[in-house]
Write a protein that binds this ligand. Structure first.
Ligand code: GTP
Ligand code: MG
Length: 189
C-alpha cells in the first residue's frame, strides 16, 4: 500500500456529516503526547500535515485526513493528560469515548498507540479494557522506540507483551520511521 496523497479535510467536536460519507476511517488513539499526530505525519511522509507539539494536549478536535482520495486517517485528542483544567479534560474524554464507542460512529479500524519507553499507563489499560469489552478491532503500536537502545528493545518488548497480554505489538518510531512498512501492511491487510 502506497500513500500517495494526504490532505486535511476538517476537525469536528461532535456529530457531523463526514461520519456518514461511507469512507473507511482509521483512528489513532492514545495518551496525550504519545505521538499520535507525529505518527500520522510519518505514515503519510509529510512533516507538517498534522500539528504536533512537545506540550501535551495539542490536539483538541477530531481531525480527518483524506488519504489517496479514498479513506481517512483520524487524529484524536489524547487521553490521560493531567495538566489541562478539569472541565476541558472531561470534555476531551467524552469526545474520545463518543468517537470510539457511540453507535453513531462506526470505526473501521483503531490504532492504539502506547509509549515504548513509558510502558502501559493506567489510562492505556483502561482503554485496552474498553476496546476488548466492546469487541472492537484494534492494532497495538509502541511508539518512540528510538528512545531505547537496540540492545534493550527485546526486553522492553517482552515486558510490554506481558503487561498487555498481546503478542502482535508493532514497534514504531515516528522520528526514524522504523516500523512504517510493518504498520502499513497491518493496516491494509
Ligand atoms: P496530543 O495531541 O497532545 O494528544 O499529542 P500526540 O499524541 O499527538 O503527540 P505529538 O505527535 O504531538 O508528539 C508529542 C511529542 O513527542 C513531540 O515533541 C514529538 O516530536 C515527540 N515524538 C513523537 N513521536 C516520537 C518518536 O517516535 N520518537 C521521539 N523521540 N519523539 C517522538
Ligand atoms: Mg496530537
Amino acid at each position: 500500500m502506497e500513500i500517495k496523497t494526504a490532505k486535511f479535510i476538517k476537525g469536528i467536536k461532535g456529530t457531523d456529516e463526514i461520519l456518514n460519507d461511507g469512507k473507511i476511517k482509521i483512528a489513532f488513539i492514545g495518551r496525550s503526547n504519545v505521538g499520535k499526530s507525529s505518527l500520522i505525519n510519518s505514515l503519510t511522509n509529510k512533516k507538517n500535515l498534522v500539528k504536533s507539539s512537545s506540550l501535551p494536549g495539542k490536539t483538541r478536535e477530531i481531525n480527518f485526513f483524506l488519504i489517496n482520495e479514498d479513506f481517512y486517517f483520524v487524529d484524536l485528542p489524547g487521553y490521560g493528560f493531567a495538566k489541562i483544567e478539569n472541565k476541558q479534560r472531561e470534555k476531551l474524554r467524552k469526545l474520545i469515548l463518543w468517537y470510539l464507542f457511540s453507535e453513531e460512529v462506526l470505526n473501521d479500524k483503531i490504532i492504539l498507540i502506547i509509549d515504548f519507553k513509558v510502558g502501559l499507563s493506567k489510562f492505556d489499560s483502561e482503554m485496552l479494557y474498553l476496546l476488548r469489552e466492546s469487541d472492537i478491532d484494534y492494532i497495538l503500536v509502541a511508539n518512540k522506540i528510538d528512545k531505547i537502545s537496540k540492545g534493550n528493545r527485546l526486553n522492553q518488548l517482552k515486558k510490554l507483551e506481558s503487561e498487555t497480554g498481546e503478542k502482535n505489538i508493532i514497534l514504531y518510531s515516528s522520528k526514524t520511521n522504523e516500523g512504517r512498512e510493518d504498520l502499513l501492511l497491518k493496516i491494509f491487510s
